[in-house]
Write a protein that binds this ligand. Structure first.
Ligand code: FNR
Length: 369
């Protein structure tokens, strides 16, 4: 059957993957309220399209941290992609560069920074988890720099792993034929089987719970790469991130895998954008599955978005071709949304092009949803 939208890959992945792997990719924390809300919240934002504008030419290009990309749709870090497909992160890296966009490689990738760099040219960011052993962190950041990665996405929402009950039930662990390649030489590449989630135990043992804003400063002393703070969902923290020297913010709730009952990222976005006051760019991830979602995020002030699960699901279904297809479907849908809204370039997308159900009852009546 022909695939016509990004979400369809999830059912195919579910059929193809072992239950332990599918559940790890798909699930969220606890009641999965935020997981559903990340999607549902987009449906509380409607369009106010402008008509009779010449939309024969649409320009979706943009610049992220000075790097020109083909569209404001990028790839979030998702761990352990070789569980989805033997080519794992290699396939994702190739698909991202073919689409002219940015891939973020997870610290917990099953391919190393060097291996991903060897796939060819491409603009890539490296996602960092801060280990207790700071020598490990410093070495890894240096390797990412050397391998040509252009920014660090520092994940700040994971001092402990969220309670993902499917992983607990399945006793999730990295299959024995795979390793967390970035840590292989450091003897931290394997995950023991535990009598709950093997990943939760790994995090409890290795990840630094003391991580704080002073470490964002510390990171700047060991690298000249720009730092994106990934996992901000309040205005208060956005302000501190600006002061701490972040180059950008990613509004993220970790795909609803950490603290349940945090708001959908699209609901938190505007508060963060206001607090950042245009000093640094704000990005969003969480639940983006349609070109219309991308448009809504940009209308609320995001400079771009990242996708997580669509990458692993399409990778499981069709490898590199699947990831390419996801990126091209989102691109085409986003282009169509721009055309039908009367926007020819990203800067023409404004807050006036949408109405959210939290908008004031003055002006346009807020639709009852
Ligand atoms: C993630 N995410 C994540 N984030 C991170 O900083 N480091 C990581 O290693 C991972 N690994 C990971 C694995 C899987 C299977 C998922 C689903 C997510 C979170 C990810 O970067 C992103 O924030 C969300 O996935 C975005 O939400 P959607 O697009 O999956 O709804």
């Amino acid at each position: 059957m022909e695939i016509t939208n990004v979400s369809e890959y999830q059912a195919i992945a579910k059929q193809k993957l072992p239950k332990m792997v599918y559940d790890y990719y798909a699930s969220g924390a606890e009641d999965e309220w935020t997981l559903q809300e990340n999607r549902n919240a987009f449906s509380r934002i409607l369009f106010r399209p402008r008509i009779l504008i010449d939309v024969s030419k649409i320009d979706m290009t943009t610049t992220v941290l000075g790097f020109k990309i083909s569209m404001p749709i990028m790839l979030a870090p998702t761990a352990m992609q070789k569980m989805a497909h033997p080519e794992g992160e290699y396939a994702t890296a190739r698909a991202a560069s073919a689409a002219g966009t940015i891939m973020t490689l997870s610290s917990w990738a099953t391919s190393s920074v060097e291996e991903v760099a060897s796939t060819g040219p491409g603009i890539r960011f490296f996602q960092l988890y801060v280990y207790r052993d700071r020598n490990v962190v410093a070495q890894l950041v240096r390797r990412a720099e050397k391998a040509g990665f252009k920014a660090i996405a520092l994940t700040v929402d994971t001092p402990r792993l969220g309670r993902r009950e499917a992983d607990i039930k399945n006793r999730f662990t990295l299959p024995p034929f795979l390793t967390l390649k970035n840590f292989e030489g450091l003897d931290l590449g394997k995950m023991d089987k535990a009598n709950d989630s093997g990943l939760a135990s790994y995090v409890a043992g290795q990840i630094d719970r003391t991580l704080s804003w002073k470490d964002v400063k510390w990171l700047q002393t060991i690298t000249s790469l720009p730092i994106l703070v990934k996992g901000v969902i309040t205005g208060e923290d956005a302000r501190i991130a600006v002061q701490a020297g972040a180059a950008g913010i990613i509004v993220s709730n970790h795909g609803a895998r950490q603290l349940d009952y945090v708001p959908a990222t699209i609901m938190a976005l505007e508060e963060v954008v206001k607090a950042a006051q245009g000093r640094i760019p704000v990005f969003l991830d969480g639940g983006v599955r349609r070109g219309t979602d991308v448009f809504k995020a940009l209308a609320l002030g995001a400079s771009g978005i990242f996708i997580g699960r669509p990458v692993v699901f399409s990778l499981a279904a069709e490898g590199e071709a699947g990831v390419r297809k996801v990126l091209s479907m989102l691109r085409e849908e986003f282009e169509l949304t721009m055309a039908l809204s009367g926007c020819r370039s990203l800067k023409e997308i404004t807050r006036q092009h949408i109405v959210a159900d939290w908008d004031s009852p003055h002006g346009l009546p807020a639709p009852r949803l």
